[in-house]
Design a protein around this ligand. Sequence first.
Ligand code: HDE
Length: 729
Amino acid sequence: MPEKNLPGAPTTEPVSYDEPTTPVDPPAPKPDQAGPANVSPTGADYGADPTTNAQQGQRLTSAVGIPLRNTDHSLTAGPRGPILLQDQHFREKISHFDHERIPERVVHARGAAAHGVFEANGAAEKITRAAFLKKGVKTDTFVRFSTVLGSRGSMDTARDTRGFATKFYTTEGNYDLVGNNIPVFFIQDAIKFPDVIHAGKPHPDREIPQAQSAHDTFWDFVSLHTEAQHHTIWNMSDRGIPRSYRTMEGFGVHTWRLVNDAGETTLVKFHWKPRLGVHSTTWEEAQIAGGTDPDFHRRDLAVAIEAGAHPQWDFGVQVFPDTEDQMFEGIDLLDPTKIVPEELAPVQIIGTMTLNRNPINFFAETEQVMFNPANLVPGIDVTYDPLLQGRLFSYQDTQLTRLGGPNFQQIPINRPHVPVNDMLRDGFHQHAVHGGVAPYHPNSLDANNPLPTPPEEGSYIEVPQRFEAVTDRKKAATFDDHYSQVGLFFRSLTPVEQEHVVNAYTFELSKCWDETIRKRQLQALANVDATLCSRVATGLGLEAPSPTGPAAGTASSAALSQLGKEWPVDGRQVGIIVDAASDLAAVGDLRSAFLAAGVVPLVVAPTGGPLGDGVVANRTWANASSVEFDALVLTTTAAPAPDALVARDAKAGQDTEPGVDPRVDKLLGEAWRHAKAIAAVPDAQASLLAAGVVDGAPGVTVGGAAELGPAVLAALAKHRAWERFPTAV
Ligand code: HDE
């Protein structure tokens, strides 16, 4: 290398350079204006879909792809020596584990989810231009059901409101309908949300009770904020303890505004109507399930979908004219503590959703999914319900902490199923490798990309609204009636449902230590319904106060009761109790009959294992719990050996009575108390009686094996035999 060409080197001879003889185009101003290719310089495909970047290949690697020889032993100085700091595999594995948990949702922490498909029937085409509501359009959905108050590990069957949040992956982007199984809310203004949640969550000193409303702070809040009384009576009803996520209604709660192609607007309330009907557990059943199977609802949903009993909901709207005052039949449509009875505005079905696929990974999908009522597609707009207005801020905001930064929309479950071209950049956990130099608008360097969509080509347009108002902190007088619809709800229930409401209030208030709270809540009940108040007061041993407001009305709404119809039995579970004396061939036939009807038969035997005639024990008498079954069939006496009985009774100084094994006795006794169908072969009649089951009572059948299947299916279609229990009214 001649030294003369080095810059700054002393030169003794003139330096010669090669000059270009032909002019060339200047290079592109910046090569990074082009989007980066997804292919490595050596031609390896990095994979366009990051979900495939995990678990590729068969061999264990580190997070950066280094093949590992061993993940069972850390690198130590000798077999009994200390672990070396240089063990990168150890540090990476433990450090990642240390950070595996993210904050749980501040509310609705406990949930379960499933994928599905929504198909529109076209009935909404006249009132909305939303593409996913056009006739025959099928849209992917992801639904997360949840409780509100409990922590992530709390029991499913707590008395609580249930979340019913649906993400529609439409061709116009994601639309989230973030609803509940109760059509009204505790409060009328979003600014009260932290207050009601602080009151409902466990007490801050000892952090108890978990996932319950039966405590002082909750009842302190709802008795002081009488607007909460409507939501509270729904909680105290059977709606607060659903049998299954599959048997819950869903409600959008707020009034929403739909816009059609002509720009005309309509107000609507959204409803999900379960094809399986609305069903609940009994209170005792909910409590037993909370102990024996805290995952009761989560398991039920997953098992039903796995078994092919895909739950379905019809999606409907109540429709109201978009008048200036946004009132309908005297009801302020902007007040989220009010329903519009279905008699005044029927629910019109606009499509059907089927949940047909369980998530592959709970954390990646169910935990990381985010919903936001502000994710709206063209054709759906908001109203000025003050609760909704606050929600439009809260959901985007909460994810910053929960999902750790502003890029949560890039998480696979949250991504839309359409192309995205935003100008959001950088931030924690950025997964996109954005090309170009001009993430601003307008620009000339990227040819003004991305281009806005003109309104006539389908961009989102906020409905123009005129305002003339004086700012203040107060609610409209039309929000003031806190009682009449609470009474409407109570009056619309059947006597047995009313009995459950009375029992729930009595139980919950009896758990309040402070008598002032109990009395204040009784005062609210006096304003709702005199009978309800006096029955709860009797249970609490307190005086029933007189109403302080206007006299209760007399109207009722049939749609508010859960009972009185027959529904499909898909995915219900029947326990068939057997032992060595059972006719196993008949049991096999019974199983087949149940399976053919879409019902899951579970054989409950003294021990596990194959029993003969192709019948296998699914549960044992010891590990089965009555709450797993919607009905029981007893195919044997299930009596303990006579010797044991005689010995027991002799010890107690009694004559020997027919007995039933205590484990089976418990199953039958609970099924009886929970109003479930019970069937038995004639030989087992004495065992039924011994367990306290009344032969011939509603929902109880004794008969030949061929009769039992149809009898149980008929009883299951009614959900429960509530007639077994006399009510106080
Ligand atoms: Fe929510 N709510 N909410 N809520 N909500 C959340 O968002 C909030 C309300 C509902 O499965 C949070 O991502 C405010 C009504 C469901 O991921 C949070 C107010 C209704 C879910 C939040 C309400 C709901 C949430 C917590 C009063 C029924 C679970 C985690 C204005 C129409 C969604 C999250 C899921 C979750 C705020 C009231 C339904 C904190 C401020 C009314 C189903 O953002």
